[in-house]
Design a binder for this molecule. Structure first.
Ligand code: NAD
Ligand code: USQ
Length: 413
C-alpha cells in the first residue's frame, strides 16, 4: 500500500493549532480531504496583526466561517473550529483536548515573522510570551489530559543558524565525541547547537528544549519539523474554490523572500535584494509542506523514542540567484537595498533531508511552471497590492536606521 492511500485505513482525529494561517489552512484541508477528522484552534491573531500593520494578504482570504462552510460544500467534510488563545487560555485548550480526545495535535500557532519580532521591545516581548506560553501550554495540557497524543510542531531551519563548518546540517542531532577524565573517548548525540538570527527564531530554539524536557519526563511523543522558507500559495485543495484561497503575504514583515520577489516582479516593483543577496536559505513549496505533515502524522514515534526531528526542506538557494532567475523570467529590475537585518552577508548551506525522502516524499523543486503559477496569482490580485507596504523597514538593532532601505544600485536584467 503506498503512503498516499495508507490513511484510508487509519483515520485520525487531529487538532490543528493555528489552522487559519498560511501553512495551517492548506494543511487542515489536505488532512480533511485524505480522511482525517480535523478540528482547528486559532485566535485569529494573524488577521489582527494585518489590521495593526494595515497590510492585507494579496489574495482575498475569507472569514473563518465562510472558509469552513465552503469546504463542507465542496468536499462534504466538516472541519471543527474553536477560537482560543492557546498562550493565554489554558483551561479552554485543556477542555477541547479532553473533550475531543485527538490522536494528534499539529502546532503552527506561533508569531512567525522575524522582522515583526524585531520591530520594538513590545514586539519582542509579545513574540516570546506568545510562542513560549503557547508551546508550554500545549505540552502541559497533553500531560494533564493523560491521553497518548502525538504532537507535530512546525519549527524552523533557522534554529541551526545558516552556516556550518562545511558539513551538511544533520536532522536535529549532532554526533560528538567527548574525552573523560580517564582518557576514554565517549560518543554521544546532542541537540544541534542553536544559533538563532532573530527573537522569533530564538523562540523556536527554546521550543526545542521544552520538547526535549517533556519527552524525557513524561514520555510525550513529539515530532519537530525544522522547516525552510515556504513558497507558493495554493495547494490541490485550496484551488477547489476561490473562497478557499490561501493567504499570500508580501509586506515587509510577513512576506517571505521568494513569494515577495515573485509578487514584486508581477506588480512592477524592483526586486528587493538585501545587501549582496549572498544569503543562502532552505526552501519548500507549500504543497510539499502539507504532504510532509501528512507523512509526519502517519509515522509517529513511540513513547520510548526521543523527539523525532525532520528537516522539512527540499532545496537551498542563494537570494541573489533567485532574484536573477525571476528577473530573467519577468524582465523585472533588481534593487540592491541596504540590509535591515543583522545577518551574515554571505553563507553556504548544505542540509540533510533524508528522513522525509525515506518516508516517500517526492520533492517539488523550483521550476518555471510553478514560479509562473505564483506570478499569475500575484498578477490576478495586483489591484489589491499596496506598494507602500513592500519595503522591509523593521531593523535588527537601534544603530540601524529605521525607515525605507536605500536603493544602492539597480541591475537591468
Ligand atoms: P501564520 O502566521 O500564517 O499562521 C499562524 C497561525 O497561528 C495564525 O493563524 C495565528 O492566528 C495563529 N496563532 C498565533 N498565535 C496563536 C495563539 N496564541 N493562539 C491561537 N492561535 C494563534 O504562520 P505560517 O506561515 O502558517 O507558519 C506556521 C508555523 O510554521 C509557524 O510556527 C512558523 O514558525 C512555521 N514556519 C513557517 C514558515 C513560512 O515560511 N511561512 C517556514 C518555516 C516554519
Ligand atoms: N530577504 C531579501 N529581500 C527581501 C526579503 C528577504 O533579500 O525582500 C532576505 C533576508 O534578508 C534573509 C532571507 O531573504 O536573508 C530570508 O528572509 P525571509 O523573510 O524569507 O525568511 P525568514 O525571515 O528567515 O523567515 C521565514 C519565515 C519563518 C521561518 C523561516 C525559515 O517567516 O517563519 O521560520 O522563514 S528559515 O529561513 O529557514 O529559518
Amino acid at each position: 500500500m503506498n503512503s498516499e492511500n495508507k490513511h484510508l485505513t487509519s483515520d485520525k482525529k487531529i487538532i490543528v493549532l493555528g489552522g487559519d494561517g498560511f501553512c495551517g489552512w492548506p494543511t487542515s484541508l489536505h488532512l480533511s480531504s485524505v480522511g482525517h477528522d480535523v478540528i482547528i484552534i486559532d485566535n485569529l491573531s494573524r488577521r489582527n496583526i494585518d489590521n495593526e500593520l494595515e497590510a492585507e494578504s494579496l489574495t482575498p482570504i475569507q472569514p473563518m466561517g465562510t472558509r469552513l462552510r465552503v469546504w463542507e460544500e465542496v468536499s462534504g467534510k466538516k472541519i471543527g473550529f474553536y477560537n482560543i488563545n492557546i498562550a493565554d487560555d489554558y483551561d479552554a485548550l485543556l477542555k477541547v483536548i479532553t473533550d475531543e480526545q485527538p490522536d494528534a495535535i499539529i502546532h503552527f500557532a506561533e508569531q512567525r515573522s522575524a522582522p515583526y519580532s524585531m520591530k520594538s521591545s513590545k514586539n519582542k516581548r509579545y513574540t516570546v510570551s506568545n510562542n513560549m506560553n503557547a508551546t508550554n501550554n500545549v505540552l502541559c495540557a497533553m500531560v494533564e489530559s493523560g491521553l497518548d497524543i502525538h504532537l507535530v510542531h512546525l519549527g524552523t531551519m533557522g534554529v541551526y543558524g545558516y552556516g556550518t563548518a562545511g558539513m551538511k546540517i544533520p536532522e536535529g542531532y549532532l554526533d560528538i565525541e567527548v574525552e573523560t577524565e580517564t582518557g576514554d573517548k565517549i560518543e554521544q548525540q546532542i541537540l544541534y547547537p542553536t544559533n538563532p538570527g532573530s527573537v522569533y527564531h530564538m523562540t523556536k530554539s527554546q521550543d526545542q528544549l521544552l520538547f526535549q524536557y517533556y519527552n524525557k519526563n513524561d514520555s510525550l511523543r513529539i515530532t519537530d519539523l525544522h522547516q525552510g522558507i515556504v513558497w507558493g500559495t495554493n495547494t490541490k485543495e485550496t484551488k477547489l474554490d476561490e473562497r478557499l484561497i490561501n493567504r499570500f503575504d508580501y509586506d515587509g514583515d510577513y512576506g517571505t523572500v521568494l513569494n515577495r520577489f515573485l509578487m514584486q516582479a508581477a506588480v512592477g516593483h524592483p526586486i528587493t535584494v538585501h545587501g549582496t543577496g549572498g544569503q543562502t536559505r532552505a526552501f519548500i513549496h507549500i504543497q510539499d509542506t502539507v504532504r510532509c505533515i501528512q507523512l509526519a502524522i502517519e509515522n509517529p514515534p513511540t513513547r520510548e523514542e526521543r523527539v523525532m526531528i525532520f528537516n522539512q526542506m527540499t532545496e537551498t538557494h542563494r537570494v541573489v540567484d533567485l532574484a536573477k532567475l525571476i528577473g530573467k523570467l519577468t524582465q523585472a529590475e533588481i534593487a540592491y537595498v541596504s540590509n535591515p537585518r543583522k545577518e551574515a552577508a554571505e553563507n553556504e548551506l548544505h542540509v540533510k533531508n533524508d528522513l522525509f525522502l525515506s518516508k516517500g516524499l517526492e520533492p517539488i523543486t523550483l521550476d518555471e511552471g510553478l514560479l509562473q503559477e505564483v506570478t499569475n496569482i500575484a498578477k490576478k490580485y495586483a489591484h489589491r497590492a499596496d506598494q507602500t507596504k513592500i519595503p522591509a523597514t523593521s531593523t535588527w538593532t537601534q544603530e540601524q536606521q529605521p525607515g525605507i532601505p536605500e536603493v544602492r544600485e539597480k541591475d537591468l536584467v
